[in-house]
Design a protein around this ligand. Sequence first.
Ligand code: HEM
Length: 149
Amino acid sequence: MLTDRQIALVEESFRSIAPIADEVARRFYVRLFQIDPSASVLFAGTFMTLQRRKLMAALGAIVSGLRFMDEIRPMLESFGARHAEYGVIGPHYDSVRTALLAALRATLGDTFDVETEAAWDAAYTEVAAIMQAGAVPGTPATLETLRDT
Ligand code: HEM
């Protein structure tokens, strides 16, 4: 459960990177592919220009939803189920956490202080846990995803 203060710190820092969102996404993927070659394989056929935009749009939607976790939970569960279909497994979520925090640190510099980093870490942990819960076969979220295809 995130505190109001943590949510405010995540919202505020995300707002401040909006003008250079594409650069942040670029840093994120460069770092991710450095630390986890098994993650880069999953993006072998991906058009990264578009993927960077999709990532930042999704992060924006998630950040806006942090105050309404119960409402966005089903969306995050299906998002996790979809990711499982892309071949994403548990350890990839740790690599993404490391790469995301590193990209934010490299972009925000001193404003990415200890408290802000801890807030992002807590938010990511919560979101990643829900996504992974949605990736369990046979959950409603998975069935919903299958019906859509
Ligand atoms: C908070 C965490 C994450 C966010 C916000 C995110 C965001 C996105 C978005 C918006 C897409 C576009 C397609 C869709 O909506 O399904 C996508 C696709 C994808 N994501 Fe993620 N993702 C996250 C975690 C991960 C993790 C942990 C991995 C594993 C390395 C991963 C790998 C992929 C792959 C392989 C695709 C498919 C790319 C393609 O279409 O070729 N994502 N992600």
